[in-house]
Ligand binder design. Sequence first.
Ligand code: 5AD
Ligand code: SF4
Length: 445
Amino acid sequence: MKKVYLETFGCQMNVSDSERVATQLEKDGYEITPSEDLADVILFNTCSVREKAENKLYSRIGEVRSAKNVNNSNQPIVGVLGCVAQLEGEILFQRNQKIDFVLGTKAVGRISSAIENVRNGNDSFFDLAEREENYDWSVSKTQMFSSHVGFVPIIEGCNKFCTYCIVPFSRGREKSLAPDEIIKQVLRLRQEGIKEIHLIGQNVNSYRPKTEEGLENFHGATPFSKLLRAVAATGLERIKFTTSFPRDFHPDIIDAINENENLCNWVHLPVQSGSNNVLKAMRRGHTIESYIEKVVKIKSSARKISLTTDFIIGFPNETDQDFQATLDLIKYCEFDSSYIFKYSPRPGTPAFKMVDNVSPKEKTNRFLELEKVQRIYQQKALQSSIGKSVEILVEKFSSKNEAELSGHTSCQKVVNFKCFDDLIGKIVKVKITSSKLNTLFGEIS
Ligand code: 5AD
Ligand code: SF4
């Protein structure tokens, strides 16, 4: 049996694609191996959102090609999948002669025939075409990234074209999956004993299927809030969704969360900057005032909802004053946590033509300052749980301490606790006793 090693970079959509690539390969008689040294085929599912992620691909290809392959005397077949594959296409063969095939973001369902093509002597096979009509969105339980959390794509691609972002080019236009197909996936996962799912997409609240068949019995202001109610009605224990786009984030989403206990109390709403000048240059389609309106709705909800965000610092022409406005926004919104990124110019995006005029040193200073301020509010949010009993889905042993189990709360905070029973895969109550940088600690209650 041919062995395949599959390594994934980037977002949940890539992880989800990799789950289906592995499912397809398993069906076609391949074995997925965790060891690159034993592999006959090595696959990289790539990310292009920042330069660093893209460069990682080239260094990893160098590593696997120079490593001694202990399994056989032949070199493994190396395939590049995902966003870098889609963007670069055929050029990748010139850039790196160690690549055997290239498969775009929509072509992942044809993984086995890509490998076969190379085996049959085609030494620069590439496929950047659309998904096949009958693409199978299901994932086999053995190939899930986490045995306890299922990813369910609901919308692919992005139509927003924020000026810094490569995603609309690598993932194409927004395409929503049919509601009945989504519900079918959720019911299947529920039947398999999965306790938590994440409805995923670049902009989940832009969800707009061709027909709303399957949503007729659910009221809501937008197709997305109808879908949330329909997914909640499946009875699956925990439903999370990510990522939300501020302009399309309808307040009715919060009503849906308040009405359904199994819709988790967590919203990830990337703001990117606290300055209207920068937001305009980023062409985000929202202002600070309109963002704050949504935040007020989230914070005043009957259930306490945790709020997380993304920031880009050092966007072209970002002044000290603009940066100060971002710090002020953090203080106002008190985000539970945030991802902070230094601006990375991406060839092909509109912002690439702007001068990247915030120096690397200034970017680092702003990054550290933002991180420091964010940490204050992150600590405040974590400490507010101390003394409380919270439900967590136990997912694994803690990576730092094997005597502890680790899982997430409904509001997406990590909790570690000591326990000798095998509770992995279960939802249990834990009393929170302390907190550290990104983690809560507790004891079973
Ligand atoms: N540079 C830095 N960060 C970026 N992101 C997207 N594009 C870039 C870029 N060119 C960040 C945004 C987005 C997250 C997924 O990645 O903050 O929300
Ligand atoms: Fe990129 Fe903007 Fe689309 Fe998000 S909304 S994927 S940042 S273009």
